[in-house]
Every structure is written in C-alpha cells, then in structure tokens.
Design a binder for this molecule. Structure first.
Ligand SMILES: Cc1cc2nc3c(=O)[nH]c(=O)nc-3n(C[C@H](O)[C@H](O)[C@H](O)COP(=O)(O)OP(=O)(O)OC[C@H]3O[C@@H](n4cnc5c(N)ncnc54)[C@H](O)[C@@H]3O)c2cc1C
Length: 413
C-alpha cells in the first residue's frame, strides 16, 4: 500500500504565487507541500519565462521578511518615476502625467526579471525544511470530506492536508472542476514582451504610452554585466495584428519598437527572446469553497497595463498566510469555514476593485478618435495638477493602500 504524506497545507500549483505561499507558510512554522506537473528545472531555465515584473514596494517588504529580497540583490531596479502619455496620433507623445518619488521615499516598485524571481524562490524553498515539492507530479484523483483533502498522484502516493490551496494559474483545472463560477472575457489583444539594451540610460523611469492599438510600456531593468542599459517592454497589439508583428525579422521588429518608444531611450537592440501572451480578464466570484482557497491567477487575471497581476496574487499570499498562521496558533482546523471566510472578506473586495479599475483603464485608453484622445488628455492634465490624487495613485502603485496584511508592512506574523 502506498504511503500517505501529511502536511498542514497542500498547494496545487508551484508558479510564483504558489511558491511564495509555500515559503511564507513554512517561514511561520506550517508544513506545506506543492504539487505541480511542471519540471522545476525547466521552470528556471533561461527562456522559460521572459517576463519581468514590477514588484510593488509593499510586496518587496514581504520579500524582505521571507528572505527573498536578499537573494535578489543586484537584480532589482527601483522605479523612481512613471511617465504616462496618450500616444493617439494627434496628442503629442508621452509625459502628460508623471509620478515622481523623492530619493528619500520608497520607490514606486522594483523591476525584476521573472527568471530571477523563480531562481530566488527556488533557492529559498530549498532552504525551508517545512516546504516540500512533489514536482513533476500529476494528480489522478481528489477526495474532499469533513476531515480534509486527499490527492492521489499517478505513482500512487497520497497527499493529505486539512486545506488545499489552488495556485494553478489562469486555466486552473481544479478550480474549474470544483464548481467556482468565473466571469471572463478576452481583450482580443496580445502582449509582446521582451528586453532591449539601449543607448541612453533610463534614469529609473518607467514609460506607459497609450496607443489606440493598445498600451506600450518600457520598464527599467538593471544594467547587464557589460554595463549595457536595459529595459523590458510590454507591447500590446490587437489579435489581428499579432501574427504580423510576430513574423517580423529582428531588425524590422526593433525599428517598430523604437518608433513606439519615440526615441526616449535611443537606439535599441533585442537582448532576450520575444514572447507573446494572449490577454484576457477573469475573476472568480468566490475565492473559497469547502476546504479550498484560490490564490493568484487561479482567482483573478487582469490586463498587464498597470503591472499589478502578480502583486495581487502576492497580496493573496500575505493575507492567507496571516489567516492560517493565526488559526493554527488558536489550534483551529486550517480548513475551517470561518477561517476561509475571513480570507474571502479580506481579499475579495481589493481583488475586485483592482481588477475593475484595470479593466476600465484598458477600455478608456482603447477608445479611438480625436474626441476620446482630447478627453483623456484633459483627464491626465487634471490629475497632473492634483497632488492628493497623485499621492493616491502612487500609494496604489506601491501597494500600500487598504487593510494591509502584516507581511506587506514588513513584519512577521
Ligand atoms: C505580459 C505580461 C506581463 C505581466 N507583467 C506583470 C507585472 O509587471 N507585474 C505584476 O504584478 N504582474 C504582471 N503580470 C501578471 C503575472 O505574470 C501573473 O499574475 C503571475 O505570473 C501569476 O502567477 P501564478 O503563480 O498565480 O500563476 P502561474 O504563473 O500561471 O503558475 C501556475 C502554476 O500552476 C501549475 N499548474 C497548472 N495546472 C496544474 C494542475 N492541474 N495541477 C497542479 N499544478 C498546475 C503550472 O505548471 C504553474 O507552475 C504580467 C502578465 C503578463 C501576461
């Protein structure tokens, strides 16, 4: 008979969010096991995930507590200013609204390549004796009853815990099989992402330019070993135009990139393979069910326009960790419905507000025509002259708004 491996929490999905949760729980004394069909060596190989993420300052504070920030030393580029522009043909380009931080203030975020995040998390997990990985492993059956959750793997091993956290990303099969209802729609946009080396220094400034065909972002990265200045780009194009751009040779692609960037960084050269992601919105009405909690993209997926998707998932991690660690200290069953309801109340509203705001922004800047562009310019100009509103947006970008879990304030639970 195969063995049953027990832990305090089972996590299905070992992406950035699932791994961060495992680390946060193990850091606070809970035993945890991740199960994922992906090969962990493949997920840290160059070229597996070419994205870079803007990590909000509050999320970075959690990284400090969990010992991830130290492992990212030299890989994070602070964002000191964000320049937002309406790139409609008649609007002039860029800089209509800017958010600038004083050097004495925390940055608006820190840009880190996802591969570096994956390497740092993998190394931290390897040093966490309470966190175990079943990777690659496939679940062939799942049983949930009043006593807990049991997953049976293809090799016959059984994994048991009072709670199953689902961190399987946007197409989560467990979420779909366990009756969560999801609202979703496609933006009919593709995001082309990659990294460029460029002539002029970026000055730790992020640029977000809204073209009618979709937003275009340049995000500062640390210089490479040869001292070349680098930035990540997220270039959104319509589904219709995506295949055409994908077929462009490197020289043609870079010429188009430079045109979108408007010369702000000078001559550019691709330094990482470009990748394309289809963009859509999805949102789960509830993020808990019997002995199940959803985190990260399994619970919500938003447009990358504001670089908030991963941050939202990591806020789920911080809140769920606090709820479970406090529950364990009181001797509660970690699958207890009241504990899960606290997580739902804490994260439900914030997830919904950020998701809807991002969706609204995407639609607002996607409206074609001169009138719409003129209204947007007036709006950007108005915010530029309202310090209180600018402060509000900057706190949102830093992830410092709302009822913050302790980890996001940089303290242990
Ligand atoms: C172009 C682009 C740019 C972005 N930029 C930013 C940014 O700047 N800042 C930001 O905050 N966010 C950004 N995001 C969003 C961010 O990348 C995602 O929110 C984040 O990666 C989600 O992580 P996750 O761990 O929830 O899901 P995923 O990364 O999708 O991981 C899911 C994991 O679950 C596993 N899995 C799948 N099926 C199963 C199963 N049946 N059983 C077990 N495991 C399973 C997978 O193998 C995978 O390891 C961006 C997104 C895109 C598309």
């Amino acid at each position: 008979m195969s063995e049953t491996l027990r832990s305090d929490v089972l996590i299905s999905g070992g992406g950035l969010v699932g791994q961060a949760l495992a680390l946060a729980l193990a850091h606070h004394g809970l035993s945890v096991r991740i199960v994922d069909p992906a090969d962990p060596v493949a997920t840290i190989a160059p070229g597996f995930d070419g994205r870079a993420s803007a990590i909000a300052s509050a999320t970075w504070q959690m990284f400090e507590v969990l010992g991830i920030a130290g492992r990212l030393a030299g890989h994070g580029c602070p964002i000191r200013a964000i320049k937002v522009g309406d790139g409609a043909p008649d609007s002039g380009r860029g800089g209509e609204l800017d958010f600038v931080t004083a050097d004495s203030d925390p940055p608006l975020g820190t840009m880190v390549e996802n591969r570096q995040l994956r390497l740092a998390l993998a190394a931290a997990l390897a040093d966490a004796p309470l966190a175990r990985l079943s990777m690659p492993a496939t679940v062939v059956s799942r049983a949930i009853d009043a006593h807990g959750v049991t997953l049976t793997l293809a090799d016959g091993t059984r994994l048991a815990a009072p709670l199953l956290v689902v961190a399987e990303g946007r197409r989560s099969p467990t979420r779909d099989a366990t009756g969560f209802s999801i609202a979703n729609w496609s933006y009919h946009h593709h995001a082309m992402i990659g990294a460029v080396a460029h002539e002029k220094p970026h000055g730790k400034v992020a640029h977000e330019i809204f073209y009618p065909s979709g937003p275009f972002a340049l995000l500062p990265l640390v210089d490479d070993e040869q001292g070349r200045h680098r930035s990540a780009f997220v270039w959104t194009v319509s589904e219709r135009d995506g295949p055409g751009f994908a077929k462009l040779g490197e020289r043609g692609f870079v010429a188009e990139l430079q045109k979108r960037a408007g010369g702000v960084l000078g001559a550019m050269e691709l330094v990482a393979p470009r990748m394309t992601y289809p963009l859509g919105f999805h949102h789960s009405a509830s993020i808990v069910a019997d002995r199940i909690a959803l985190v990260g993209d399994a619970a919500h997926g938003i447009h990358p326009i504001a670089g908030q998707g991963l941050n939202l998932g990591l806020r789920d991690v911080a809140a769920l960790t606090e709820v479970l660690v406090e529950g364990a200290r009181l001797g509660l069953d970690l699958g207890d419905a009241a504990l899960l309801a606290r997580y739902q109340r804490w994260r439900g509203l914030d997830n919904m507000m950020v998701s809807l705001a991002t969706d609204g922004l995407t639609r607002l800047f996607g409206i074609p025509g001169r009138t719409a562009a003129a209204i947007r310019r007036t709006g950007l100009g108005a915010v530029q002259h309202m310090p209180m509103l600018k402060r509000f947006f900057m706190d949102e970008a830093r992830g410092e708004a709302g009822d913050l879990p302790r980890l996001l304030a940089g303290t242990e639970i």
